[in-house]
Design a protein around this ligand. Structure first.
Ligand code: F6R
Length: 261
C-alpha cells in the first residue's frame, strides 16, 4: 500500500544520503514531466542536490531543457552580478552546468526600483506557468522557509521583507561580516509556497535540530513559518541524523518517519 500523502519525514544517516534522495525526487519529477516547473532554493543545504543533478545531466541521464525554474528569493537591494546574489549562486551552482535555457530561469530582481511591481509580476509568472510542480526548500535555524521570517502571515504572497537578526547572523558566513549582509530580501510568500503541487524540504546539521523539533512537535503557527507545511498535501522532509537529534520517538511514530540506517 502506498504511504498516505501529507507531510512525510525521512531521516538519513548523513547529508550524503539525504542529498541522494533529494536528487532522486527531483529527477523522478523531471522524468515524469520533462517540462516540469521547478521551485529552487539557495543556501548551503541544496548544493549537494545540485551537484547530483549536474552529474546526472553530464552522464546523459537527465535533461532540464524543457523545465522552467522559479527561485524562492533574492536579497534586496543586490545586483545580479554581486558574488553573493542568488542569481550568481544559482548560475555557479547549477544553471551554468546543465541545459536549462536562460529564458526559462526566473529569479526575483534584487535591483528593481519597484519591489511591489516585481513581486506582483513574479506571482503572475508562476500562475501563467501553471504553478510549481515541485518546490525545493531549505530551513532557517529560526524556522523560516524562503525568507518568510517568524511572524509572516500564512496568506502572504511574494513580498519585500526585513531579514531577522538570526538570518543576518547565519548568512554572514557568506558575506564575511554581518554588516555586509543586505537587510532586506524579496521572497515568495507562504501562500505562494503552499500552492506548489509537491514540496521537498531539506535540513541537515545540528543547527537545524530546534527548528525540526518545533516543526514536527509544535503547533502550526506563524511564529514557526515551516510549521505550515503540516497542512501541505504532499510535502517530503528529508533530514540527517543531526537535524533529527531533538525529535522524540513519539513524534517519529506520529509522523511515521522513515528512518534509514
Ligand atoms: C534560500 C532560502 C532560505 C534557506 C535557509 C537555509 O533560498 O530560501 O530559506 O533555505 O536559510 O539556508 P542554509 O541551507 O544555508 O542553511
Amino acid at each position: 500500500m502506498n504511504q498516505p500523502l501529507g507531510l512525510r519525514l525521512e531521516i538519513f544517516p548523513t547529508e550524503k544520503e539525504m542529498g541522494d534522495r533529494a536528487a532522486a525526487i527531483v529527477l523522478a519529477c523531471v522524468a515524469g514531466k520533462p517540462d516540469a516547473v521547478l521551485g529552487l532554493a539557495t543556501g548551503s543545504t541544496p548544493v549537494g542536490l545540485y551537484q547530483r543533478l549536474i552529474r546526472t545531466f553530464e552522464n546523459g541521464k537527465a535533461s532540464f531543457r524543457q523545465c522552467l525554474t522559479f527561485n524562492l528569493d533574492e536579497y534586496f537591494p543586490v545586483a545580479a552580478d554581486h558574488d553573493q546574489s542568488y542569481h550568481f549562486f544559482m548560475h555557479r551552482q547549477l544553471f551554468d552546468h546543465v541545459d536549462i535555457p536562460e529564458s526559462s530561469i526566473h529569479i526575483l530582481n534584487g535591483s528593481t526600483n519597484d519591489p511591489a511591481a516585481e513581486c506582483a509580476a513574479y506571482e503572475a509568472a508562476i500562475q501563467s506557468a501553471g504553478g510549481i510542480d515541485l518546490q525545493v526548500l531549505g530551513l532557517g535555524q529560526n524556522g523560516h522557509i524562503a525568507f518568510n521570517e517568524p511572524g509572516t502571515p500564512f496568506d502572504s504572497r511574494t513580498h519585500l521583507v526585513q531579514l531577522d537578526a538570526n538570518t543576518i547572523q547565519a548568512n554572514s558566513r557568506f558575506f564575511g561580516s554581518q554588516a555586509a549582509v543586505p537587510r532586506k530580501a524579496l521572497t515568495m510568500g507562504l501562500a505562494t509556497i503552499m500552492e506548489a503541487h509537491s514540496i521537498v524540504l531539506l535540513a541537515s546539521g545540528s543547527a537545524k535540530a530546534n527548528a525540526i523539533h518545533a516543526m514536527f512537535e509544535g503547533e502550526v503557527t506563524p511564529d514557526l513559518p515551516a510549521s505550515i507545511l503540516q497542512r501541505h498535501p504532499d510535502c517530503t522532509v528529508l533530514i540527517d541524523r543531526e537535524a533529527a537529534a531533538k525529535l522524540s520517538d513519539a513524534a517519529k511514530e506520529r509522523w511515521q518517519a522513515r528512518v534509514v540506517s
